[in-house]
Design a protein around this ligand. Structure first.
Ligand code: SF4
Length: 234
């Protein structure tokens, strides 16, 4: 995939400040309201956290959490997955759906990782050439393995940023220059916690259909406040 370098010149000074305030508020909110998911616990390995991000695409966190114990009880490292026939891997993934596609992606990624003792390249231009690595998984690897400030940007993070600041211009999240810059700016501090906070906030408060604006701690700065008839505003 083509790597998009974030260009912070795309953000105005006001937008940078506003997004920094969002980060601060989300971290406060997360400290009280964050979900206790097994891959967020200190005992979770980076292998587990990267695998989980492959599984989380188009799937609810609670659905992935339900298979977490059995899946990682069976597969403890990249080599375990790489050495497993696709049909067997598919059987493990059937409970969360899209099992053929997920098994193919995970198997390719695991084979690549096992050949490198679990160490992925830290250069996104090289990492992006690996099998099973689109932008989302690439960012997850760079975030969890190399400690880089990368956003786990999907429709949920995009929704929060676009409602709170302004809409993107391009349909494809991966290539919209403003959204890429905004999401990278959001996770410039405490990147792992900020990513998790944003995803939980999108799930609990800034929901796709009915955002709960009256319970939203950033509503006073949100440009979309008042645009949702089903959301109660105070
Ligand atoms: S005020 Fe409403 S639309 Fe804006 S961020 Fe909060 S929940 Fe989302």
């Amino acid at each position: 995939m083509r790597f998009v370098e974030p260009d912070f010149e795309r953000l105005s000074t006001g937008e940078k400040r506003k997004i920094s305030l969002l980060r601060s508020d989300l971290l406060d909110w997360f400290a009280v309201n964050g979900r206790d998911l097994p891959w967020r616990r200190p005992a979770a390995s980076e292998f587990e956290r990267i695998c989980v991000e492959v599984l989380l695409q188009r799937t609810r966190a609670e659905t992935v959490a339900a298979i977490y114990p059995s899946f990682f009880g069976t597969f403890g490292c990249w080599s375990d997955i790489a050495g497993t026939p696709l049909t067997v891997l598919e059987d493990h993934l059937k409970p969360i759906g899209l099992w053929r596609r997920r098994a193919m992606s995970l198997s390719g990624l695991a084979t690549y990782a096992a050949e490198r003792n679990g160490k992925f390249p830290r250069d996104p231009r090289i990492l992006g050439q690996a099998p099973g690595v689109g932008q989302y998984v690439m960012n997850a690897v760079l975030l969890f393995q190399h400690g880089q400030e990368m956003p786990l940007i999907d429709v949920n993070m995009a929704r929060v940023l676009e409602r709170y600041v302004r809409p993107r211009a391009l349909a494809d999240i991966r290539y919209d220059p403003w959204l890429q810059a905004a999401s990278h700016w959001l996770v410039r501090r405490h990147p792992i916690e900020t990513n998790w906070a944003t995803l939980d906030f999108a799930s609990a408060i800034c929901k796709a259909q009915t955002p709960i604006c009256n319970s939203c701690l950033v509503r006073s700065r949100c440009v979309s406040r008042g645009q949702f008839p089903s959301a109660l505003l105070t």
